[in-house]
Design a protein around this ligand. Sequence first.
Ligand SMILES: Nc1nc2c(c(=O)[nH]1)N[C@H]1C(S)=C(S)[C@@H](COP(=O)(O)OP(=O)(O)OC[C@H]3O[C@@H](n4cnc5c(=O)[nH]c(N)nc54)[C@H](O)[C@@H]3O)O[C@H]1N2
Ligand SMILES: Nc1nc2c(c(=O)[nH]1)N[C@H]1C(S)=C(S)[C@@H](COP(=O)(O)OP(=O)(O)OC[C@H]3O[C@@H](n4cnc5c(=O)[nH]c(N)nc54)[C@H](O)[C@@H]3O)O[C@H]1N2
Ligand code: SF4
Ligand SMILES: [Mo]
Length: 670
Amino acid sequence: MRSLSTEILPSTCPLDCPDTCSLEVTVTHGKVEKIEGTHRNPLTDGFICSKVRRFPRHLYGDERLLQPARRRGEKGRGDFEKLTWDGALDLLAERLGEVRARHGGEAILPLSYGGSNGYLTQDTTDARLFRRLGASRLARTVCAAATGRAVSGLYGKMPGVALEDYVHSRLIVVWGANPSATGIHLVPIIRQAQRGGARLVVVDPRRTPLAKKADLHLAPRPGTDLPVALALIRWLFDSGGADREFLTAHATGARELEQRAEPWTLERAAETSGIEAADIETLARLYADSEPAVIRCGWGQERNRNGGSATAAILALPAVAGKFGVRGGGFTLSSSGAWKLDSAALAGEEEPATRLVNMNKVGELLLSGEPAVRLLFVYNANPLATLPEQEKVRAGLEREDLFTVVFDQVMTDTARYADLVLPATTFLEHHELRRGYGTMALQEGAPVIEPVGEARPNYAIFGDLCRRLGLDRPGEPGSPTELTRALLAQSERGDEMRAELDAPGITYPDTGRTPVQFVDHFPPTADGKIHLLPPELDREAPRGLYAYQEDPGTDATPLALISPATNRTVSSTFGQLHRKQVPVEMHPADAGARGLQTGDAVRVWSRSGEVRCQVRLSHDLRRGVAMLPKGIWSHNTLNGATANALAPDTLTDLAGGACFNDARVEVEKL
Ligand SMILES: Nc1nc2c(c(=O)[nH]1)N[C@H]1C(S)=C(S)[C@@H](COP(=O)(O)OP(=O)(O)OC[C@H]3O[C@@H](n4cnc5c(=O)[nH]c(N)nc54)[C@H](O)[C@@H]3O)O[C@H]1N2
Ligand SMILES: Nc1nc2c(c(=O)[nH]1)N[C@H]1C(S)=C(S)[C@@H](COP(=O)(O)OP(=O)(O)OC[C@H]3O[C@@H](n4cnc5c(=O)[nH]c(N)nc54)[C@H](O)[C@@H]3O)O[C@H]1N2
Ligand code: SF4
Ligand SMILES: [Mo]
């Protein structure tokens, strides 16, 4: 029996995860007691991850920011004194105005990534403020830049195969993705397909949980997916496995692709990738012979110098082999292309052409950029924990002449360096409208509790700052209701979507919940065709599209350090809740060669920096590969540095994306 003061309220998980679970939140005496999954989003199927089940610890934990505060001690120490909201916003408005007047708008840098934010809490009133200040603009390249460019270059943002439809597939290829941690609802669907006789192939340098259940596991050296995919393409063309009829009807650039794949024999790809030629051939045959066949392409293959071309080559496979046109056939990357809604269009006038800053280069910019950044406004991001070249970012944050504002829910590693800290609400305390990037669903969330402490939502704070600076215009949408209405009005189906959001509480794009590629929709490119060698991508890639760039390893730093996601954090979110030391994992042979055993304290170093931590031996990594997970915080290692201190700020071949997995390191006993 529940007491009368207990309520069960609906919500939607907006975290940076493909699944967008529909939730049911138990609230007792105004406090969140329990969070569970529901069936409203069919993909959720009534269960959610342990991270969000434990969300009350994030809401009410010691690290939760409760009031605005101003730095008292040295930068980085996390010593603050409380301010009122009025005091904090007056101070901030004054600083913003002052910096703009003295150094120009571009001396202000807004830094947000917003993976965990929906249509209401990023690119709305915040965009309005920063545009009107003439601030520097941020290219959000830390994730999905190269994959995004590849998919839109080839297919024009065509949505992928619905994850629910994988039950119909006879072959599932999971390439550079680890859904067991990063999108858990796909796992039971894959297992169900396997029980029905489907084959599973995993391409990943690690033996992931799904790799252990796979019929075939290909473990390439990080950054060598491009040669593997090109060898598959070459084999398909040579052995009659290419669907030339489909290519003639639906694609351009097939001949050029065939030519670029020509040098990549199975043997040569095997030598470069460290996979057996016979295994690549087994995948080629399986792929050619299976119908329907689907590729779940993730982001692991993206985060290196070849990331754009590798993704393009992987996504070319279903076109070459003619795998479209059936339910359960084709590819899935991100389904966000299914939605045409655009928050930024609500922000008012067009962006002024101010300086565009690549997020991966923020460390460099803070140290030596011209014009110098004088005011850094961090929200919806934890850059010290998530950007490459962590030591440069840290040194930048230590600059005495930089005023840093951090608007967050908890005292992050970045917030410790702030001059001004502002407490933000979570999705259980504000309104949100969120589409999935795995599921096709769009769902709303309304507050289920009053804000904890004095936390406030993004849309409110940026709206308030606009008013204080005299940058607001009458009649602009500003409240969540107004923003939602204006956003839905962008679609011809706006009224229908509004009604569906009210009941049953979920809506889908025009293409529906489970559209079939090349049946229900076609590439939204100018000619409606697939472009296997888009000229603009070919011009952009430094050596042309599909040109392989060699491994950046050196004799001094021969090991490839990858930093994949774990099931403990979402990017760096929830890192405050995990206080244990996190070890670097290595293959026993690599450890043995260095005289290392599990539990030893080691120094892991690259050209960029060093991490001191423990080591753990693991048979799940291929030789030559070490792993330190993404998203850990300074308290998780002996010297406060993480994988990001080892990661270079070099860029992917397309779209200036992050190359975290191009970190090349050596490990030695401390
Ligand atoms: N629990 C949890 N869920 C998350 C996240 C999280 O941090 N935690 N993050 C969210 C976000 S922001 C994103 S972008 C997605 C990412 O989702 P995924 O792409 O599934 O996650 P990653 O762990 O980045 O990478 C997937 C796999 O790529 C492998 N890999 C590394 N280098 C290579 C390579 O060169 N080639 C190949 N083939 N594989 C490689 C890694 O070993 C890893 O198993 O997940 C989202 N979901
Ligand atoms: N080494 C390594 N680093 C990586 C990666 C990797 O593979 N390896 N992957 C990268 C990837 S895939 C991604 S997506 C990036 C993510 O990089 P970030 O976006 O910097 O990481 P998050 O941990 O998601 O940070 C979100 C922050 O915003 C706060 N927040 C959430 N909602 C709100 C809100 O409504 N208002 C405000 N004001 N704050 C809010 C959260 O508390 C959290 O601190 O990290 C990248 N970093
Ligand atoms: S993080 Fe992903 S799996 Fe966990 S509740 Fe949110 S949407 Fe669901
Ligand atoms: Mo990401």
